[in-house]
Design a protein around this ligand. Sequence first.
Ligand code: ASP
Length: 342
Amino acid sequence: MAKKTSVLLIYTGGTIGMIQDLKSGQLRPFDFQHLTEQIPELKKFDTHLSAISFTHPIDSSDMSPEIWVKIATIIKKNYSKYDGFVILHGSDTMAFTASALSFMLENLSKPVILTGSQLPIGIIRTDGKENLITAIEIAASKKKGLPVVSEVCIYFEYHLYRGNRTHKFNAEHFLAFQSSNYPALADAGVHLTYNNSALYKAKKGKLQVHTALDPNISILKLYPGITKNAVHAILNTPGLKGLILETFGAGNCSTQPWFLKAIADKIKKGMIILNISQCNAGSVEQGKYEGGASLQKAGVISGRDMTTEAAVTKLMFVLGHSKSIKEARKQLNLSLVGEMTL
Ligand code: ASP
């Protein structure tokens, strides 16, 4: 008899895991022992489900590189035992975690699906039930004995997205995530329809879990009227090794000489500066306007169509692993796991 497909649920916290105490009306963390009580539909799955819960579930605003390492380590330890993984996570920083894990889990050949909800699972109108049920179904999906999905994804409100392409754009609607620069990997309607040509092709080789992340990075979001003091304060942050410049439109910035000189001087001293756009959709094209062309000349690396979440975690990952600035710059120009369009 064929072995039952098995999925490991990793509960980190967030709204999905809260249940409402009927007496006090307060939200409290969800007990995994009662998972099947809350969602009896789970019993109907022909999939073996196991769960690991953080001892102290967190609001995802408290997410950190240390916790990404903890999650990646849980996956590493259980990798051979399960066919897929579902991570229950607060939606606020879910796109950061999905992006970080996509870089940390090299040669991933099984699905790692993050999901959560805008309303707790114990609330009648919860979006959490459907999100969790379909996330499990995706994590268990196989075609000719092989996983359909072999990458880190976010499943939310009927769509499966590449994790490192997503961004939380709505705090009110159930449709909370978007992936503006990459198509959805699957849509859940009457059928679960995969967009096969968009799915990441698993690389051959053993899973390598990378845990060195360097948090000495920052983001400088440009705006008209930004002062020298504000720019210098960020650029001179003690220990800063990498900076994400959130520029206008297609990678454009002020052409004021003091600004361009401050950027160029830092690059000469070894800082890595990555240019991404403040726009949700589209790509940086550094040669298009005078400001962007000056950034290119100064050695700013184009982040092309990467999300802020992917840029932050890629920079931490690359700085944590590269032996030299040259190697780090080379890595940043590559699409490591489908996070940017070349
Ligand atoms: N504050 C919550 C969190 O991110 C929101 C959510 O889960 O949707 O943990």
